[in-house]
Design a protein around this ligand. Sequence first.
Ligand code: SAM
Length: 237
Amino acid sequence: MILMSIKNQFNTYAKDYDKHNIIQKIIAKSLLKDVINEPKNILELGCGSGQIFKNISWNLSSYEGVDLAPNMCELHPREKNINISCFDFDSKKFKEHFKNSHYDAIISSSALQWSKDLDSLLAFLATLSRYFYACAFTSNTFKKIQDITMQKSPILSKDELKKSFSKYFKVSFEEHSYNLHFENKKEMFRYIKKSGVNAKSKLDFTSAKHLYENYKQDFLEFEVLFIKGKSKSKIFI
Ligand SMILES: C[S@@+](CC[C@H](N)C(=O)[O-])C[C@H]1O[C@@H](n2cnc3c(N)ncnc32)[C@H](O)[C@@H]1O
């Protein structure tokens, strides 16, 4: 149920996504600075409209991008040796399709916070590549909204992300906070709707009105966890 909502959210606002993904663009670029040895053969999870791919500055031999939302896949650049496919990274089909593949690196930017079984996904990914570079929003994103609406964040917490990654990868983490300022509340609430970060959290009219009246900041808070991982799988020893 939750997943359909994420898919629908990104599908519905796909065309507007590039106008509203300011933070996602910033963190995708930052994430790429962590990548070492110019991997030639990459798998990206939750590739969306291609923020990672568009910012890769070295030559690639092949690029495999995966995303749940067909309309987001449509926006991804296509070139020779780039393959974009529609998969739910939590699904059996995804694992079945990629089980014999190997990559120089796996990358994921602003997507893994949605995983509904991160342990299982990471156990699998640790067999596909030695290196994993990821950044994910944490449940402290839009903290003030959660406080006012008394709703739990729909995305994974920093501790959940760290715990799962540490099981399957030797990791280093970095946490960053960002505030995105707006000229007025209307703009801010439009952003929340179209950015996808809050997919799944739907408020009824009364709660939405309460939120609008009680949200006094002119900014939204984002918390992002950057993860650099080296697989612990025996395959890479
Ligand atoms: C915030 S966007 C980030 C897109 C892109 N990586 C970027 O940096 O702009 C999150 C993307 O993850 C995708 N996504 C969310 N859950 C997914 C899942 N279970 N399997 C595959 N893709 C998923 C969404 O469809 C969306 O395109």
